[in-house]
Write a protein that binds this ligand. Structure first.
Ligand code: ATP
Ligand code: MG
Length: 139
């Protein structure tokens, strides 16, 4: 079964470092269509909710504070096999382990400030997209 949509965020480090355009270019050239997109700064409440699966991890509050430290670009992307292909395009969580040419390999600073988010399942892609976009904001 192929998945068609994923949800991504260009994280505050990559926005701050001026990589927004290059990352969007990589995403588009990899064959993803932009279904929805916005430039926003998350509130603490939103960031906590987004990463609540990690609430018990020692890095949780650091991660939340990082995610609200500046604006992000949120987007819904469409492509055959979107979840898996996008995870491949962004590379491993830790940029030190991310394959050559992946977005995290090229633009991430650290395991925390790792440039982009990509949904890990079809179900989570739908939940995450719904946190950020109404049906009227998807094209
Ligand atoms: P994301 O969900 O953001 O796409 P991921 O699925 O590759 O990343 P997760 O395990 O879901 O990785 O972790 C979520 C985020 O938490 C990571 O992207 C990273 O920003 C942060 N993180 C993960 N592990 C650590 C760690 N050991 N120390 C600090 N931050 C971490
Ligand atoms: Mg994840």
């Amino acid at each position: 079964m192929t998945t068609n949509r994923t949800f991504t965020m260009i994280k505050p480090d990559a926005v701050k470092n001026g990589h927004t355009g290059a990352i969007l270019n990589d995403i588009i050239h990899a064959g993803f269509k932009i279904v929805a997109m916005k430039y926003v700064q998350l509130t603490e409440k939103q960031a906590k909710k987004f990463y609540e699966v990690h609430a018990e991890r020692p890095f949780y509050m650091d991660l939340v504070n990082f995610m609200i430290s500046g604006p992000i670009v949120a987007a819904v992307l469409e492509k055959d096999n979107a979840i898996e292909d996008f995870r491949k395009l962004i590379g491993a969580t830790n940029p030190k382990d991310a394959a050559e040419g992946t977005i995290r390999n090229k633009y991430a600073e650290s395991i925390e400030a790792n440039a982009v988010h990509g949904s890990d399942s079809n179900e989570n892609a739908a939940i995450e997209s719904d946190l950020h976009f109404s049906m009227y904001e998807r094209f």
